[in-house]
Design a protein around this ligand. Structure first.
Ligand code: FE2
Length: 375
């Protein structure tokens, strides 16, 4: 039974929280210098900015890297007994901040907190010789935070507190463009609570729903609802485990992240074959579906622009909806805990999330889970 409901985005004429997309994603990590190097090398990011003791920030070091509209920040604590160190002790490396671009960070904070959001930080004006930037933030699932970033009056390289990070090591880009969506894993019976949060506190709409009949394999299951802001620039699917014969992949995440958190960040490309070829050459490992997946692929998705063989060689998945098709592939977890991974996605008209691939994909995930002894 497919419970798929694409709702009109026009039925909410007043968007009290206008968002211009993802400003950056900040990861709390055990070693920011090495993490930044890994993401530069493997994903083709460029050095952008640095903050640390040398720039007057005493308790942490942060490295910002960029590729097209995609900005990642890696932050590590310099000592223990602080929020960042505690976060890493509990969760391992992971996504802390999903920072969103706004015109008015003060209004964004007021609109959301008056609707019930728990404040993470009150609007803060930060200034340096390049202008001013206003930041505020609210808490979302687990220890994850949405920051609101207002940077129209800021001309500096990233934000006050940072200086330009010039590096002699500038690996070529891999064609990654922007954040397509970020997925959160939440606990048992928590999905609808967070759906309500995004609806009521942030003015998002539930644009797609998948139940455990859509997303179940022989062994395990999950439920998912996709939340989108008014203009569709920001999409947050929310996953919850569902009862199956064995442990759901969401449960494995919750166990090893020790709580709710960001499961994957989907990165957009305009040429997935080229991007994934580059990523594989640089050591990124992807989930593989059995080659039988490709036997009836063209019967399912009909005509596509790409040759089948490179898709098969790389393990790229294809799915079609009413509006077009999409190509996607998922990395294995990018750290030792089986938590965070990335999706690479190329949309050719499709606005959905690859439901036709869920079964093949989740079976691939379960093979990995089983190899870790966690199924
Ligand atoms: Fe995804």
């Amino acid at each position: 039974m497919i419970s798929l409901a694409i709702q009109s985005k026009i039925d909410n004429p007043i968007d009290f929280l206008p968002l211009h997309g993802t400003d950056y994603v900040e990861f709390y990590v055990g070693n920011a210098k090495q993490a930044a190097h890994f993401y530069k090398t493997a994903f083709g990011f460029q050095s952008l900015a640095y903050a640390g003791p040398e720039t007057g920030v005493k308790d942490r070091a942060s490295y910002a890297i960029r590729q097209n509209k995609l900005t990642f920040v890696f932050t590590t604590p310099l000592k223990n007994n602080n929020e960042i160190a505690d976060h890493i002790y509990k969760h391992g490396d992971g996504v802390k901040m999903l920072a969103l671009k706004v015109d008015d960070a003060t209004d964004a904070w007021e609109q959301t907190t008056k609707r019930g959001a728990v404040s993470y930080m009150e609007p803060l004006k930060m200034q340096d010789e390049y202008g001013e930037l206003i930041m505020s933030g609210i808490k979302t699932y687990g220890d994850t935070v949405h920051l609101f970033i207002e940077r129209s009056k800021y001309e500096g390289v990233f934000m006050p507190g940072y200086r330009t990070w010039n590096s002699t090591y500038n690996p070529s880009e891999t064609g990654l463009l922007y954040v397509d969506h970020c997925v959160g894993n939440v606990g048992w019976n928590q999905m609808n609570k967070w759906v309500s949060f995004y609806e009521n506190v942030m003015g998002f709409k539930n644009i797609l729903s998948f139940d455990d009949n859509d997303i179940s394999t022989e062994y395990s299951a999950l439920m998912s609802k996709v939340m989108s802001n008014g203009n569709g620039y920001v999409k947050f699917p929310i996953n919850e485990p569902a009862e199956g014969k064995k442990k759901s992949q969401v449960e494995e995440y919750l166990e090893f992240y020790d709580g709710e958190g960001c499961q994957h960040v989907a990165l957009a490309t305009l040429d997935i074959v080229k991007t994934v070829t580059e990523l594989q050459n640089r050591g990124i490992e992807f989930l593989k579906v059995p080659t039988t997946y490709y036997d009836d692929l063209l019967d399912r998705v009909r005509k596509i622009d790409e040759d089948l063989q490179p898709l098969k060689d790389l393990g790229i998945l294809v799915d079609r909806d009413e509006e077009g098709y999409l190509l996607q592939i998922f990395t294995k977890p990018v750290e030792d805990r089986p938590t965070l991974f990335f999706e690479i996605i190329q949309r050719k008209g499709a606005k959905s999330f690859g439901k036709g691939n869920f079964k093949a994909l989740f079976e691939a995930i379960e093979r990995e889970q089983e190899s870790r002894g966690n199924l």
